[in-house]
Structure formats: structure tokens, C-alpha cells
Design a protein around this ligand. Structure first.
Ligand SMILES: Cc1cc2nc3c(=O)[nH]c(=O)nc-3n(C[C@H](O)[C@H](O)[C@H](O)COP(=O)(O)OP(=O)(O)OC[C@H]3O[C@@H](n4cnc5c(N)ncnc54)[C@H](O)[C@@H]3O)c2cc1C
Ligand code: SF4
Length: 307
């Protein structure tokens, strides 16, 4: 009988060029490039032209840019996307699926027949708002169709715990920079007021992960691994994940192993889901009263019980 795999934890930094475009230490890009080099496909969340967040399949390096960077909006899993993933797996090519743990768990179930060719990477996840809230925010703040580029976490002022710098470029050329507390949507996301109801009962806020590899920000990483430009945390959860990491380890500029317990201590979302914040019910009631907003049935149920 083979011994169960023992989870391994690394801090890692990609090169400065990759990290400048990535939210953390660029681990996603390093892993994705390996799968593309094998003739495979990479699945992750991207914005379309109307800033709707959805999963996409990418087959080349230039398209990878669309998947980079955290988007704090629940990504859709369109039917065509699922069919495209299925077609790649049927062809025998490997697929890297990288996204929120709930979607990684769903992908593993849907593509179980091709488990050997499916590599899964889940994010440490504090939850995200639904598309309806983001649509309304975009419309009220910038006017629909006026946004050219939207970055939730620019690193123009560095990477550090609790620092989220919003960068919006409008089609008329204007650039807007806002710290987290200066922006309605980032405030709604970071306080939990705007996060989807299901995230408060998320079964994936634990060290028991659905993906072969887990990636996130290595907040409070020991000083030797923090240069202020972004450090990724990686948990290798399976032998397959460990083999993928071994294949790319040299592509990182700096890597260091730590006990998984260090990450568990610094990452609340590896221990339990977030609490429903006080005032969430009032937040949604005010939104409902001022205009119709898209909400799930679960949101309504929880909001009713959370006052
Ligand atoms: C909603 C959300 C909540 C998060 N919460 C935490 C947290 O509490 N603690 C923590 O340490 N890290 C959290 N992260 C992860 C972190 O922000 C980075 O995404 C992660 O470390 C990967 O960074 P990177 O530098 O390797 O690559 P990047 O290029 O920055 O990330 C790209 C990866 O993010 C995925 N992604 C981006 N937006 C979404 C989305 N909306 N849905 C699904 N996948 C998406 C892409 O598919 C791709 O796999 C969260 C990410 C998201 C999207
Ligand atoms: S917190 Fe859980 S349910 Fe919410 S998006 Fe993240 S993995 Fe999915």
C-alpha cells in the first residue's frame, strides 16, 4: 500500500517581468507555461470586452495575459468553454485548470474520465461578489462601455498585506488610482458585504484542498522571501502536483520551502470561511431599494437570516 502524500509548502518568486503582471508571485504563469510547452491548454478566468468574468481556454503564450491577475468577480463556466476543454482532453493533450476551489472541484468531477491529463490548481479564496454587483458598480462609477482596462490589484505601489490598489483606464485616456477604502466595489468585496452568500459557508476554506496545487499570496512570508514585488505561496497537495512543481522549479527566480503550518497560520481562509459581516442585510436592502440588482436566491435567504 502506498503512503498518503504529505503536503509540501513553498514560497516562490517568478522573474520581475512576470510578477509585474501577476497579483502575487507569478506562480500561475510559470505552471501554465509548462503545460503550453507540452502542447496543452490552460483554463482560467478572464474578462470579456464588457468586463464579464468567465473561464476561457488558452493555447498560446500571448493569450495567457488575459488570465493573469485576480478578478474579484465570480467567473461563469460557459457551455462552450466546457465543450472546448472536453475536446482538448479527448485529443490526449494535457489541460491545466486554474481557478477558485469550488470551480476546480466541479472541473475534477466533470472531467473525471480524463483525470490523468487534467492538472488542477486552486486559489486560496476569500470569496467573490457576483457579476450583477460588478455590472452595477461599473455602470454607476464609470458608465457602461467607458472602461478600457480594469486592474483590481496594481503593483504600481508595491505588494504588501492588505494593500489593494485599483487601476482603471477609461477609453478617453483618463487613469484612476484608488486605494481599497476609496472604492465602493473593493470595500464591498474586502469587508464581505458584497460577497456571494455561498462563500460564507464555503467547504474549501481548509488545508484539505481540491487541486493538485494550491496557490495564493504568501502574506507575512519570512523576510528573505519578500522583496515587495510579490511572493506566491504554493501547497503541493498530490504527487502529480509535486511532479509538476519539480518540472518548473528552476523557472522561478527564488524558491524556499516552509512547513505548511506557517501558511495555515497566516491565511485565515485556510482555516475557516469568512464570517457574515454586520450590516450585510442592510447593505443589500439599500441596494435593492435604490435599484434592481441581480442576486441569487441564496443571497436573499442568507441576508434575511443575518440581521
Ligand atoms: C476571488 C479571489 C479571492 C482570493 N482570495 C485570496 C486570499 O484570501 N488569500 C490569498 O492568498 N490569495 C487569494 N486569492 C489568490 C490571489 O489573489 C492570486 O490570484 C493567486 O495568488 C495567483 O497569483 P499569481 O501571481 O500566481 O497569478 P495571477 O496571474 O495573478 O493569477 C491568475 C490566476 O487567477 C485566476 N483567477 C483570477 N480571477 C479569478 C476569478 N474571478 N475566478 C477564478 N479564478 C480567477 C486565473 O484563472 C489564474 O489561474 C484570491 C483570488 C481570487 C480570484
Ligand atoms: S469562497 Fe468558496 S464558494 Fe466562494 S468563490 Fe471561493 S471557493 Fe467558491
Amino acid at each position: 500500500m502506498t503512503a498518503p502524500f504529505r503536503q509540501i509548502c513553498f514560497a516562490a518568486m517568478a522573474g520581475d517581468d512576470i510578477r509585474a503582471e501577476s497579483s502575487s508571485g507569478g506562480a500561475f504563469t510559470i505552471l501554465a507555461r509548462n503545460i503550453l510547452a507540452r502542447g496543452g491548454a490552460v483554463c482560467g478566468a478572464a474578462f470579456d470586452e464588457e468586463f464579464r468574468c468567465r473561464y476561457e481556454v488558452v493555447r498560446d503564450e500571448s493569450s495567457l495575459a488575459r488570465l493573469r491577475g485576480s478578478k474579484y468577480v465570480r467567473a461563469a463556466l460557459p457551455r462552450k468553454f466546457l465543450a472546448d476543454v472536453h475536446a482538448v482532453l479527448e485529443s490526449g493533450a494535457p489541460v491545466l485548470f486554474s481557478g477558485t476551489p469550488c470551480h476546480v472541484a466541479a472541473a475534477r468531477r466533470m472531467f473525471a474520465a480524463h483525470a490523468d491529463s487534467l492538472f488542477t490548481v486552486d486559489l486560496i479564496c476569500a470569496g467573490c461578489p457576483d457579476q450583477g454587483l460588478f455590472d452595477r458598480y461599473l455602470e454607476e462609477n464609470w458608465g457602461s462601455g467607458n472602461v478600457a482596462k480594469y486592474e483590481f490589484r496594481s503593483k504600481a505601489r508595491g505588494w504588501r498585506h492588505h494593500h489593494y490598489l485599483l487601476h482603471v483606464v477609461l477609453k478617453d485616456g483618463r487613469e484612476i488610482w484608488r486605494e481599497r477604502g476609496e472604492d465602493e466595489f473593493m470595500t464591498a468585496m474586502s469587508t464581505g458585504l458584497g460577497v456571494s452568500a455561498g462563500c460564507f459557508k464555503c467547504p474549501f476554506c481548509t488545508m484539505d484542498r481540491p487541486g493538485d496545487i494550491t496557490i495564493g499570496d504568501f502574506w507575512m512570508v519570512p523576510e528573505e522571501m519578500d522583496d515587495g514585488k510579490g511572493t506566491s505561496a504554493l501547497l503541493l497537495n498530490t504527487a502529480k502536483g509535486a511532479a509538476l512543481f519539480d518540472a518548473v522549479r528552476r523557472d522561478f527566480v527564488k524558491v524556499s520551502e516552509y512547513p505548511p503550518s506557517i501558511l495555515e497560520q497566516s491565511q485565515a481562509r485556510l482555516r475557516s470561511p469568512r464570517n457574515v459581516p454586520p450590516g450585510r442585510w442592510a447593505f443589500w436592502r439599500v441596494l435593492d431599494e435604490s435599484a434592481a440588482t441581480v442576486r441569487t436566491a441564496a443571497d436573499r435567504a442568507l441576508a434575511g437570516g443575518a440581521s
